[in-house]
Design a protein around this ligand. Sequence first.
Ligand code: FES
Length: 127
Amino acid sequence: MAFVAVARLDEIPPSRGLRVTAGGIALGLYRIGDAIHAMEDACPHAGYPLSKGRFDDGIIVCSAHGLRYDVRTGFDPGHADGFPIPCFRVRIVEGRVEVDLEDRINAPQARSARPSPPLAPKKTTAP
Ligand code: FES
């Protein structure tokens, strides 16, 4: 656990993202009600900063080509079985927003408990 301060809570608007950099990682910070969410700020399509897009109801829409991501999970809301954008644990301490860059909340290995599809029977050759 290595929380680092990245912004003041009052800097994060309710209707758009705030781009910050910490530990060499660009992050988008988003406010949903009283909660703040931190997601890596690079669209997987072509790297555009997602925080510059339209933000509504927890979904950020990339302003380059329109892909959508849920900032709470990092997933495209229509493809929850895809690869998520890294999201990180956030805490608020005395009005400061702190992000733990070592604690990604949606790492792919965390989803490995999902059953995998059955393997095809192994082909054997006759002797
Ligand atoms: S760079 Fe984001 S949709 Fe293309």
